[in-house]
Design a protein around this ligand. Structure first.
Ligand SMILES: Nc1ncnc2c1ncn2[C@@H]1O[C@H](COP(=O)(O)OP(=O)(O)OP(=O)(O)O)[C@@H](O)[C@H]1O
Ligand SMILES: [Mg+2]
Length: 467
């Protein structure tokens, strides 16, 4: 069934082209046959008229005989009659069919220029013309000319043979053209089908020729791009799964280890309390990680609901500040913020708080004691800009492009002291994107990091829930 499409296209082409050819050929054939017959009949009449002219010049028995003798050598038969139709002389023996024609001719009503009496070459044995001999205005006799219909049939069948030959050649050429054409059209499609089957079967990347500038070329490019995307997605998934297993294994090892120790008889009370605290911390870390993964999964499946409402942005900032205050105190950070109180914007307040908390949490985590962290809100007619800058250790150039990726953490030791899972910024960026906003970061090692979040005031597309 591989070439079913090319077969279908080929058959369709073939039927259409052959039908058109058949119609054109039959029209041409009929016209040619009619022309040839007209030509033969015209010649026959002209020949009879010539004899008649000679006889009109010189109507003697010698001339009559002369005409008869002349035609006896030709393919034609000349019969000369008097005005009543009685035969005076003829070039050949008169067949009964010839007599029938002469008998049925109304000699009185033949026009001076002659007439074609019988042109039915298909059914009659002879075709015939009549040229009246006129002397002083009256018909004194007739020159009948006959030609054997078989001669015309011969000409026609010759023509037919030529047509058959040309027709056959045309059909063969048509078949070749159709085969080549349908292959040219379907070959790329068949190759694309094979490529998609290969993708289905697990091949990661397929290479299709994308040289064509038409729709087929575009399709091939699209499939190639799709296969590259598929490969990337598969790789990402594998890497992601590997990172998750790694992220889960570490806390689980801690949990198991400390739980085992607590289970022993001879553990001092203060050690037991310390181990329980570690277990609590690890459990919190684990559930944070699972929560983050769960949120990301929802974002991936477009099930992450954003419920926007118009709020005074200052109120939201207040809440965020309240919530990070314990961390600010604990880290002895010089925290300051500035937000105009007339900023009104439609956002999902919970989600935007989550974004700001995450970035502030990072800023506080990575800023040494006594150093400043600052939050500033700006607005213009269409946008609100939130800038969070810290004076911490900064992010290296090579890490900067990855920090929004899942589970990415810049500090290679993945130290537990900072305790992150590497999902915070990924989720934050997704949430901002769901608000049709954007998020940028700039950082200098040793100087600090600056996150800029832009949120549109009015959603250009729609207001309300986005899911
Ligand atoms: N203000 C900052 N200064 C220095 N490094 C930062 C800063 N913000 C983020 N990073 C780096 O980017 C990484 C990713 O940040 P992200 O918030 O996504 O994860 P996390 O804070 O490690 O974990 P989570 O937020 O999920 O608890 C961090 O691990 C850290 O290495
Ligand atoms: Mg974080």
């Amino acid at each position: 069934m591989r070439n079913q499409l090319s077969l279908q296209i080929g058959l369709l082409f073939f039927v259409v082209i052959v039908t058109v050819e058949l119609i054109l050929f039959s029209i041409l054939y009929t016209n040619l046959v009619n022309d040839r017959v007209d030509e033969v009949m015209g010649d026959l009449l002209a020949r009879g008229n010539t004899h008649r002219d000679v006889l009109q010049e010189n109507y003697t028995s010698t001339t009559l005989d002369h005409v008869a003798i002349m035609e006896s050598e030709s393919d034609f038969i000349a019969v000369i009659t008097d005005q009543e139709g009685s035969v005076i002389t003829s070039s050949n023996a008169i067949a009964p069919e010839i007599n029938t024609v002469i008998d049925h001719t109304d000699e009185e009503n033949i026009p001076d220029e002659g007439i074609i009496l019988e042109s039915d070459w298909a059914d009659e044995k002879y075709v015939a013309t009549d040229s009246p001999i006129i002397m002083d205005g009256t018909h004194i006799g007739h020159v009948f000319m006959f030609a054997d219909s078989n001669d015309i049939k011969e000409i026609i069948s010759n023509l037919g043979r030529q047509f058959l030959f040309i027709g056959l050649v045309t059909v063969i050429l048509t078949i070749i053209t159709v085969m080549v054409l349908s292959r040219v059209i379907t070959q790329p499609l068949v190759r694309m089908k094979e490529a998609t089957e290969a993708l289905n079967g697990g091949t990661h990347e397929v290479a299709l020729s994308t040289d064509r500038k038409d729709e087929l070329g575009e399709l091939a490019t699209a499939i190639t791009r799709l296969s590259q995307d598929l490969k990337r997605v598969k790789n990402e998934r594998n890497e992601f799964l590997a990172s998750i297993s790694h992220e889960l294994r570490t806390p689980l090892t801690y949990l198991k280890g400390y739980a085992d120790i607590i289970g022993r008889q001879n553990v001092a009370e203060e050690d037991r309390a310390r181990y329980i605290r570690i277990i609590q911390e690890e459990t919190a870390h684990l559930s944070g990680l699972v929560q983050g993964l769960f949120e990301l999964a929802k974002i991936d499946q477009n099930e992450f609901a954003i419920e926007k409402e118009k709020i005074v942005f200052y109120d939201l900032i207040q809440k965020v500040v309240e919530r990070i205050y314990p961390a600010v105190e604990e880290g002895e950070i010089e925290f300051s913020y500035n937000c105009p109180d007339d900023v009104v914007i439609a956002v999902d307040p919970e989600r935007i708080q989550q974004v700001l908390l995450n970035i502030l949490d990072n800023a506080i985590k990575y800023t040494p004691r006594g150093n400043p962290v600052h939050l500033e809100v700006f607005q213009d007619d269409s946008e609100v800009l939130i800038v969070i800058s810290d004076s911490g250790e900064g992010i290296a150039e090579e890490d900067l492009k990855y920090i929004f990726e899942r589970l990415y953490r810049a500090e290679k030791s993945r130290s537990r002291s900072k305790g992150g899972s590497g999902l915070g910024l990924t989720i934050a960026k997704e949430i901002v994107a769901l608000h049709n906003g954007s998020m940028e970061v700039e950082s200098n090692i040793g100087e600090g990091t600056r996150f800029k979040i832009t949120l549109p005031k009015e959603d250009a597309h729609e207001e309300g829930a986005v899911d």
